[in-house]
Design a protein around this ligand. Structure first.
Ligand code: GLU
Length: 313
């Protein structure tokens, strides 16, 4: 089995990432799975290359060693594990969707989509879910205005023709999930009008290419899973198993979002924190321990109980 750690190059690692790595490496250890590391810098307007060595340095310092992909000391050359190096590959995946008639060019602006959304669709999306799905704050549901216009892909947003109906999948921690991409996001974008690949498309293309079959990630991305499953199925690739873990909480039980309070590990380290203190804080804020105490990486990995129903292929 193969899982992955796939940080975006939009900032330094913080306590949320440490908790996430504890889940990825902890579950992988229990399952006998390997872990690859890839750099998600598909968004060239936000990603900054200098975060890559900083992230790798932090991973190494904390003791998270990937089995494959980019790791400390091997980060300078072009790599199939760094999304900004993979445009040709994404183009080839896009071609295979295009051959099937499943993509189209769209000239709508974000504002036009917002206006066309007014009413109905988001309400339908939330009514649809037996288990509430966290909608992404900036999530727009595209109604398909350009779907039959035959616009060129170049210079336009490239959209995937979302399949109708609900996608039902098992989250190995949370049980059965039901999402309907047609109501949730409509025909979602694979590439923007400036030629930048989107997270949904680059992530699935990479998971297929590398044979990732166990996706472990935070519950903030749960809303993306059904649409990603539609891409896997359309591309006739095996759908991975999924575990969406919970995020960080502060001492009073409130969720700590990525950008509040969660100081970068680089700063904490410079201020004198030890790796055991940082791992202990992440474990405590992640509710893996009832109170704070410094922890070795091995002890923290031992706290991760993985879903009993992961099937070992
Ligand atoms: N780059 C994404 C993040 O850091 C990873 C998403 C995923 O694991 O699918 O949130």
């Amino acid at each position: 089995m193969l899982s992955r750690f796939a940080p975006s190059l939009t900032g330094y690692l913080h306590l949320g990432h440490v908790l996430h790595m504890l889940y990825v490496w902890g579950i992988a250890k229990k399952m006998g799975a390997k872990v690859l590391c890839r750099m998600e810098d598909h968004d060239l307007s936000r990603a900054r290359p200098e975060y890559e060595p900083a992230i790798l340095d932090t991973m190494e310092w904390l003791g998270f060693v990937p089995d494959f992909g980019i790791r400390a000391g091997l980060s300078s050359s072009p790599s199939e594990f760094r999304q900004s190096d993979c445009s040709e590959y994404y183009q080839s995946v896009l071609q295979s969707l295009k051959k099937r008639g499943l993509v189209y060019g769209c000239e709508c602006s974000r504002k036009e989509i917002q206006e066309s959304m007014a009413g109905g669709i988001t309400a339908a999306a939330s009514a649809d879910h037996a288990h509430p799905v966290p909608l992404h704050s900036s999530e727009l549901c595209y109604s398909g205005t350009c779907s039959e216009k035959g616009l060129p892909l170049a210079g336009n947003t490239v959209r995937f023709r979302t399949l109708a109906g609900a996608v039902i999948f098992q989250d190995l921690e949370r049980g059965e999930q039901r999402q309907t991409p047609r109501n949730q996001c409509g025909d979602f974008s694979l590439r923007d009008r400036n030629g930048q690949w989107t997270y949904q498309f680059a992530c699935v293309s990479d998971d297929i290419r590398h044979g990732v079959d166990l996706v472990i990630r935070g519950e903030d991305i749960l809303f993306s899973t059904a649409r990603q499953i539609q891409l896997f199925q359309t591309l006739e690739a095996p759908v991975p198993q999924y575990i969406h873990h919970s995020l960080l909480f502060d001492g009073e039980g409130r969720k700590l979002s990525k950008r509040q309070r969660s100081e970068s590990i680089t700063c904490l380290r410079e201020a004198g924190s030890s790796s055991e203190e940082i791992i202990g804080r992440s474990a405590f804020y992640g509710k893996l321990t009832p109170s704070y105490r410094p922890l070795s990486l091995d002890d923290a990995l031992g706290l991760i109980s993985c879903a009993g129903n992961v099937s070992n292929k």
